[in-house]
Write a protein that binds this ligand. Structure first.
Ligand SMILES: *Cc1c(COP(=O)(O)O)cnc(C)c1O
Length: 349
């Protein structure tokens, strides 16, 4: 007996689309190089699939958030090309970075002290220009310990790049105000949306994540960014119900006629969160099968009355255009991707 069986969920990853998206964002970045944000298992797409494709397209720098994410990425690319956004908060993390050659992103005086005390060396430095999340406060940039750092990329991160907000220019000005204070080799500012804000935001390196995987955070990207992830789920049961029968928890759908319904092997534990149910459909050979009732943890139920050829075991396409699904469900494109989960058999097409 095999110890695992194929899943009743599949995620097809369109390698050519992923590579196209990176190349497009790199081209849009002008003379800056586009790195790739591959944190959170490459936004749910899967590091094993995304990182080799991005590397082969030409990406040469990769960002993860956690130290625990390094090893899976380092299978595919050299450690010196991997940077860790959360930075070192313990001596152990600093030693780990140095022993592998992974690049820490320093975000605070505390992290600068830890990195220097452990022996220092090449690092990136994140300054906070207004998102008030992770990053060195502008008031701390003149500290002696910062002057000791060997900064490769001086970085900052935009809070509202997906909007036409006055915040963008304000952050740009604040970022520029530290250039003369902190020694550095390169500058990096823009995420996916920031790339579309234009050349003033590009500097030496851009850091797209979302748009690599098919997300469209700004209209300027809509025509050129391609869908990357295509989920499919299997029919696990077909049943006939009668007028008056309820479907799913709390019977929020009640049939007004006799119907044939199909139970599909995808639920909120697979990132198909409840707001994605009402008013939506799944697809079978171009036919739309409307979702009925509440989304369960492991299942949804759809109306298959019009699809008489459908059989148990058939595969249905789960619509996953990120801008469309986000607009319809109110779930962000980032959340749609990063909640995909681990029950899918991922494969590259
Ligand atoms: C996640 C992240 C990115 C990528 O942002 P997207 O909006 O997904 O393109 C870039 N920089 C930092 C610091 C991040 O945390």
């Amino acid at each position: 007996m095999p110890d695992t069986l194929p899943a009743s969920l599949r995620l097809h990853i369109d390698r050519a689309a992923l590579q196209h998206n990176w190349l497009h964002l790199d081209r849009m970045s002008g003379s800056a190089n586009a790195a790739a944000a591959v944190k959170a298992d490459a936004y749910g797409v899967g590091v094993e699939h995304a990182v080799p494709a991005l590397r082969d397209a030409g990406a040469s720098e990769f960002f993860v958030a956690h130290w625990s994410e390094v090893s899976r990425v380092a299978v595919h690319v050299p450690p010196r090309s991997i940077a860790v956004l959360h930075g070192p908060n313990t001596r152990e993390e600093a030693d780990f970075a140095r022993s592998l050659g992974v690049v820490p992103v320093i975000n605070s005086l505390h992290q600068a002290q830890i990195w220097s005390a452990s022996g220092g060396g090449r690092c990136h430095l994140m300054v906070d220009s207004g998102i008030n999340r992770l990053g060195l406060s502008l008031g701390d940039v003149g500290a002696a310990i910062i002057g000791e750092l060997e900064v490769d990329c001086l970085m900052s991160h935009l809070a509202s790049a997906d909007e036409d907000s006055a915040m963008n220019e304000l952050q740009l000005d604040r970022f520029a105000s530290v250039f003369g204070v902190i020694g550095h080799k390169r500058r990096s500012f823009a995420n996916s949306a920031g790339i579309a804000l234009g050349p003033a935001y590009h500097f030496d390196q851009t850091r797209p994540g979302l748009a690599l995987y098919g997300g469209v955070p700004r209209a300027e990207l809509a025509n050129d960014i391609r869908q990357v992830a295509y989920p499919q789920a299997a029919v696990i049961q077909l049943r006939d119900i009668e007028a008056g029968d309820g479907v799913g928890y709390n019977a929020t759908f009640v049939a007004d006629r006799d119907m044939r319904v199909a139970v599909i092997s995808i639920g909120y534990a697979d990132g198909f969160l409840r707001p994605r149910g009402p008013g939506s459909s799944v697809q079978w050979k171009g036919e739309s099968l409307p979702i009925l009732g509440k989304v369960s943890m492991d299942m949804i139920v759809v109306d298959a009355s019009a699809s008489m050829g459908l059989r148990e075991g058939d595969w249905l396409d789960i619509p996953f255009s990120l801008p469309e699904t986000a607009a319809k469900s109110g779930i962000s494109q980032y959340e749609l991707l990063t909640t995909i989960g681990n029950r899918f058999d991922r494969s590259t097409i």
